[in-house]
Design a protein around this ligand. Structure first.
Ligand code: DOR
Ligand code: ZN
Length: 335
């Protein structure tokens, strides 16, 4: 069996910088493009820094054609600043992090009221808002507690395109269905695992991410939504590499590294459920329609021939462990 995907897109990707960027960027090269997260140290807040980062990504990609949809780390902006960002090549959206909620988000938004003027301008100018939607509450309830904020934003700014990034709950899907101006990304791991896979037995640091994986009912609802071709649900891997020594450590960094196996694993899952025909919308079509994107043309054929996932990826003095390290996935990319 085979399927050929047209310009698959990863709508939420961490590529890091320096040697880690050089190691991981080519491992996303089967995608036609990706939305690039800005939570570097320091975060990417200015169009100039964003352009320079885009250039470093291009160099790390080598000759592989790949569209970078760059994001800026949300801080208060006036109209002139927004206009500058909007006119900068490769700029796609602002990414809003509640202050301190995840890796390198200390400079995020402490009180949403401070962001209102900027959000109003973004609504008028047609600039999308991507949100890491978690409260500072109990870890299993953080996304559920944030849904009220999404609701308020969706009502207050009805023309603002708001993306609920990496949703992990059935309740987030319910909210998605309530507001036309909401869309959402979901990761590979949140379609597959629950908290039991992370911490039900021996702790699995390579499956630890934020938001934390939730209950079986949440995972099942997300999977059903993806398989049934929910029109406002898009694939965003949130592939988030950390050096092996930062994962297999006391104080394990949050993030699951899935970029190199995401497309084969998605094909395996969609095929197993008889839903391969929905994969194109999930990994490209929905994103193109929602954001009006025209990605560069790239066809990727997947086949049900096994892929051996390496125990780790190493080069440039960096080592990173992928999900399914040392295991087989029953689908692979046809080279
Ligand atoms: O697990 C995560 N890792 N969640 C995030 O929101 C950030 C990401 C990272 O940058 O490592
Ligand atoms: Zn992320």
């Amino acid at each position: 069996m085979e399927i050929t995907l047209d310009s698959p897109l990863d709508m939420h990707l961490h590529l890091r910088d320096g040697d880690m960027l050089k190691l991981v960027a080519p491992l996303s090269g089967d995608f036609a493009g990706a939305v690039i997260m800005p939570n570097l140290v320091p975060p990417v807040t200015e169009p100039g820094g964003m352009l320079a980062y885009n250039q470093r990504i291009r160099e790390a990609m080598g000759n592989t054609p790949f569209s970078c949809y760059m994001t800026l780390f949300f801080t208060k902006q006036n109209e002139q600043q927004l206009a500058l960002a909007q006119s900068t090549p490769s700029f796609f959206a602002y990414k809003l992090y509640p202050a301190g909620i995840t890796t390198n988000s200390e400079g995020g938004v402490a009180r949403l009221a401070e962001a209102e003027n900027t959000l109003k301008l973004m609504e008028e100018m047609g600039i999308p808002l991507l949100v890491h939607g978690e409260s500072h509450g109990f870890v299993m309830d953080r996304e559920a507690e944030f849904l009220g904020v999404y609701r308020q934003l969706a009502q207050q700014f009805p023309k603002l395109r708001i993306c609920m990034e990496h949703i992990t709950t059935a309740a987030a899907l319910d909210l998605l269905d309530e507001f036309e101006n909401l869309c959402a990304t979901v990761t590979l791991q949140h379609l597959i695992i629950t908290l039991d896979d992370v911490a039900g037995g021996a702790l699995q640091p390579h499956l630890f991410c934020k938001p934390i994986a939730k209950r079986p009912g949440d995972r099942d609802a997300l999977l059903q939504a993806a398989l049934s071709g929910h029109p406002r649900l898009m694939f965003g891997s949130d592939s988030a590499p950390h050096p092996r020594c930062k994962k297999e450590a006391c104080g394990c960094a949050a993030g699951v590294f899935t970029a190199p196996l995401a497309l084969p694993k998605l094909a395996e899952i969609f095929a197993r459920h008889g839903a391969l025909c929905q994969l194109q919308s999930f990994v490209s079509g929905n994103a193109r329609r929602i954001y009006g994107l025209t990605p560069l043309a790239k066809q990727v054929t997947l086949q049900n021939t096994p892929m051996a996932v390496p125990g780790s990826y190493r080069s440039y003095g960096q080592q990173v462990v992928p999900m399914y390290a040392g295991e087989h996935i029953s689908w692979s990319i046809k080279s």
